[in-house]
Ligand binder design. Structure first.
Ligand SMILES: [Zn+2]
Ligand SMILES: [Zn+2]
Length: 411
């Protein structure tokens, strides 16, 4: 969602109307922009944790009968709280490493572990090629692609992007390439994170005489009469089966740690059938009529703007193949960020399904994010692309993000 400053930018550039793609074409090739470092702001509770840890550490040095020393004499400098945290992070790291190319995020403890995981990131250690969507302005767009229409479209894409968290592991994963998620016995609390995009909204109201179908309302004597479905596209390795869909929460508007917690509750889902595909169309329920209306309006705007942009790009650059990629995702399950890059390769993996390989930065937690490709997205009837993971062989060739790939999903 755009910040006040970003909205002001948008208004200003509206007056200048659409920039000519031909003029932009004469500019230099896109260079990945280094953006704000340091990641998302930390919640106050974490700052308190750190100061507590320091306090406990200095205490252990002077007081030999501290409980930490009695329980674990070999860990003189590590209070128990730190040891537990390290064990949790280590377990989560093992799960993450076992995911192969997939980029879901995994934690074995409270959500504050996500920030620690963000800080420990090996793929994009400083996250310099990500920009928090809250601070995203027109000037952050790569120079040849600074087009008002494209900027507005990416703002709407950010508005429609949600963080997906799943609190269970389906037995149906057994025997599939997603079996790695089965290895969770040693975690007391296991959460898997990815990203999704709103792809459909249906609102029902009292006049239609249909009450809400969510589990809570089905058991209630006074079910909600005004409610709606929100469809979210994400990756199948994030939400694998119906039992996982019911244990899924999509957090909307998570732009910063001070964002209000607004959740859409997973209800049921459709999934890609074969192993090479990796998409899930998740259906969520919400009773928040204002939110439903906002999502519906923005989705309509997104679809019409994407088509308009596609037409304008095709009209002006018929001979130039599409290459500019933008991804809005929740790296490490932390607040929403945007990244840019190039399409490097298209691979046909059977039938009409295409795998795209590109350089836009992604991390664990980016799985399931919509991949916007300028000059392709927006055309009616074409497939969308869903970020799936990173091909390590490809990535070794050029940059850490070179082997990032997505799979196709029909509308
Ligand atoms: Zn990262
Ligand atoms: Zn309900």
């Amino acid at each position: 969602m755009a910040t006040k400053a970003a909205r002001t930018d948008s208004k200003t550039i509206d007056a200048g109307s659409r920039m000519s793609w031909e003029v932009l074409e004469t500019c230099a090739a896109v260079q990945s922009r280094s953006v704000a470092k340091g990641g998302p702001p930390r919640p106050a509770s974490q700052a308190e944790d750190v100061s507590k840890t320091i306090a406990v550490r200095s205490k252990t040095r002077v007081k030999s009968d501290h409980p930490t020393l009695r329980i674990r004499p070999n860990l003189l400098n590590l209070p128990l709280t730190d040891t537990r945290l390290m064990e949790r992070l280590q377990r989560a790291r093992l799960f993450r490493d076992s995911l192969g190319p997939y980029e879901a995020e995994v934690i074995c403890g409270p959500e504050s572990d996500l920030h620690k995981t963000y800080d420990d990131c090996k793929k994009n250690p400083d996250h310099a090629h990500f920009k928090p969507v809250r601070a995203f302005t027109f000037g952050d767009m790569p120079l040849p692609y600074r087009n008002p229409g494209l900027y507005r479209l990416l703002q709407i894409l950010a508005f429609l992007t949600v963080r997906v968290s799943v609190a269970t592991v389906s037995d149906k994963r057994k025997g599939t390439q997603n079996e790695v998620f089965k290895k969770v016995e040693s975690c007391n609390r296991f959460l898997r994170y990815g990203t999704g995009r709103v792809s459909g909204v249906q609102v029902f109201n009292t006049r239609q005489g249909k009450h809400c179908a969510c589990p809570e309302c089905l058991q209630s004597d006074a079910p909600q009469m005004t409610w709606g479905f929100v469809d979210v596209i994400t990756a199948k390795h994030v939400v694998f089966y119906q039992d996982e869909a019911r244990a899924t929460t999509c957090r909307w508007g998570y732009d910063g740690d001070d964002s209000a917690e607004i959740n859409l509750i997973g209800f049921k889902a459709k999934f890609s059938v074969n192993e090479t595909d990796d998409w899930c169309k998740l259906r969520c329920v919400s009773h928040d009529v204002k939110l439903l209306s906002k999502l519906e309006k923005n989705l309509t705007k997104y679809n019409s703007s994407a088509l308009e942009l596609y037409d304008s790009w095709r009209m002006s650059k018929k001979k130039s193949p599409p290459k500019f990629i933008a991804i809005v995702s929740h790296p490490h399950g932390c607040p929403k960020q945007i990244s840019f890059g190039f399409l490097r390769k298209r691979v046909n993996v059977g039938g009409v399904d295409l795998k795209y390989i590109y350089t836009a930065a992604t991390c664990h937690g980016s799985s399931g994010a919509s991949v916007f490709l300028l000059g392709r997205d927006g055309r009616n009837g074409l497939y969308n692309q869903i970020h799936s993971g990173m091909n390590k062989d490809e990535s070794e060739k050029v940059t850490p993000n070179y082997g990032n790939f997505s799979v196709a999903v029909s509308h």
